[in-house]
Ligand binder design. Structure first.
Ligand code: DQA
Length: 145
């Protein structure tokens, strides 16, 4: 049984740390990866962090995760609010799915209040900054044993 958790990130998150730091903070995706790796190790898990600005790439990575991942942590970024295709792809994945948003999407514009991915996710974390990823990894450790 695989012990790897895939952490998938959607568009513009490659600019984390530079993009709107008043909303998303000063930490980078490399910081996210380091924090998640430390938590994963506590549970005997490994993790892989991936980011793409392209919807189809994220869908392909979800399909690949079907073979090799125990769980998926996903911040779909703007695709959260638009992508039936990412939701459909996640529905082909049998392990747990946790959704993370760095900002509190419910405090922001109304178009950010709806998430297609939440229709699939076991849990959602929003508004905890990048700590949300490590918290999701801790929850993942409980879910996958
Ligand atoms: C986000 C929230 C989304 O609404 C936004 O489009 C993002 C990032 C977050 O992490 O807070 O790009 O997913």
């Amino acid at each position: 049984m695989t012990r790897t958790i895939h952490i998938l990130n959607g568009p513009n998150l490659n600019l984390l740390g530079k993009r709107q730091p008043e909303i998303y903070g000063a930490d980078t995706l490399a910081d996210v990866e380091a924090q998640c790796r430390a938590v994963a190790a506590e549970f005997g898990l490994e993790c892989i962090l991936l980011q793409s600005n392209h919807e189809g790439q994220i869908i392909d990575w979800i399909h690949e995760a079907r073979q090799v991942a125990a769980g998926i942590i996903i911040n779909p970024a703007a695709f959260t609010h638009t992508s039936v295709a990412i939701m459909d792809a996640l529905n082909t994945f049998e392990g747990p799915v946790l959704e993370v948003h760095i900002s509190n999407v419910h405090k922001r514009e109304s178009f950010r209040h709806h998430s297609y991915v939440s229709l699939r996710a076991e849990g959602v974390i929003a508004g905890f900054g990048i700590d949300g990823y490590a918290l999701a990894m801790r929850r993942m450790g409980s879910l996958v044993g």
